[in-house]
Design a protein around this ligand. Structure first.
Ligand code: HEM
Ligand code: HEM
Length: 210
């Protein structure tokens, strides 16, 4: 398996970064939903969930997202499946690029919100991100909080469109699209061929001959 992308498949670096970022974003949302729906606003666990996990994980995701985007710019992009119409291909490309934008802007607005409130980010006890590089400004912090809040809705919409597109390809068109992103999947295009051969009866004829 190649580390780099090729014309027909994603490389290992893209795949690993994709899943770390995807799981990270789900964890970030999960922490907020847990805080908002399962904890008392003043519960002792809240500072740990936000300051101890949400913030340092978010800063880590920010750097990984920058790395993933830089890697994408320097790599070939595998072609989309041919069964997609020109419009679907265009929409998928726009959603993917927007997801990268989201993965960079979401943590950045959180980080700026914290910094303009003069709050540092303790990176899991390993080191502290430069605490007060920016002067505390209440209005600016509130503005970035609003951005962080509204970007969360945009993120829901983008992830929904991303997953809806994948579900359509997988269930309606019977394409092994998820396999394109699976790190242990060597040759997703072979999987797709086997499936379409099975549908047209080619594999069955070959099996009955032997
Ligand atoms: C991909 C990364 C991130 C995601 C998906 C994310 C998601 C969210 C969401 C959905 C909220 C609730 C927003 C609201 O309704 O007010 C929130 C709140 C918050 N986020 Fe993030 N966040 C990320 C990164 C960060 C980073 C890097 C920081 C700071 C260094 C941060 C700091 C905060 C704080 C302090 C709150 C609580 C605001 C409050 O309720 O007072 N976030 N985040
Ligand atoms: C269970 C959840 C997810 C699944 C099954 C999934 C699956 C996939 C697959 C199969 C592709 C490749 C599409 C193609 O064939 O070209 C892809 C691409 C992508 N996904 Fe996801 N994804 C998930 C969640 C997420 C999340 C939460 C994010 C970010 C917030 C995300 C961001 C991206 C991006 C940016 C790409 C484009 C990669 C590139 O072309 O460089 N995904 N995803």
């Amino acid at each position: 398996m190649s580390w780099k992308n090729t014309q027909s498949s994603f490389g290992m670096v893209t795949k690993i970064l994709h899943w770390v970022l995807a799981i990270g974003v789900f964890v970030e949302f999960g922490l907020i939903l847990y805080r908002d729906y399962f904890l008392e606003p003043k519960a002792a666990l809240v500072p740990f969930l936000i300051g101890g996990v949400h913030k340092p994980l978010g800063v880590t995701l920010f750097f990984l997202a920058c790395l993933a985007y830089a890697w994408r710019l320097r790599n070939t992009r595998p072609k989309f499946d041919t069964q997609m119409s020109a419009l679907e291909t265009r929409v998928a490309a726009v959603v993917h690029t927007s997801l990268y934008g989201y993965l960079i802007c979401m943590p950045l607005t959180g980080w700026l919100m914290s910094s303009f409130s003069a709050k540092s980010v303790d990176m899991f006890g390993l080191f502290v991100m430069p605490a007060h590089l920016l002067e505390a400004q209440k209005e600016t912090a509130e503005w970035f909080h609003a951005c962080h809040h509204y970007l969360a809705y945009l993120g829901f919409a983008l992830v929904f469109m991303h997953l809806a597109g994948i579900a359509k390809q997988t269930f309606l068109r019977q394409e092994a699209v998820v396999a394109r992103m699976l790190p242990w999947e060597e040759s997703p295009s072979r999987l797709r061929t086997v499936r379409s051969d099975l549908r047209s009866g080619v594999v069955i004829r070959e099996t009955s001959r032997s």
